[in-house]
Design a protein around this ligand. Structure first.
Ligand code: ZN
Length: 80
């Protein structure tokens, strides 16, 4: 009878250890950099009129020139 109790205790201990290591491995896989989506990188452009830098998606593009606003687009490129 004592042997059965010891055997059950050993099996319970092995089951608990395997369960915790499996949970740890799953969490490590979830937190790994490969599992995370890559950050979105967006190019910056320079306003042809005032020289401010802004994300390309927010710029107004006219004939290959980028502008920060409609007023600067209408004013055109800065003349040095
Ligand atoms: Zn500007």
């Amino acid at each position: 009878m004592k042997l059965v109790v010891v055997l059950i205790a050993v099996l319970l201990l092995v089951w608990l250890l395997l369960g915790s290591s499996r949970r740890r491995a799953k969490k490590a896989r979830r937190d790994s950099p490969a599992a995370r989506p890559a950050p979105q990188v967006e190019g910056m452009v320079t306003c042809a009129h005032c020289g401010v830098h802004l994300p390309g998606s927010l710029a107004l593009q006219v004939r290959g020139q980028a502008y920060c606003s409609e007023a600067h687009r209408d004013a055109g490129p800065r003349v040095p």
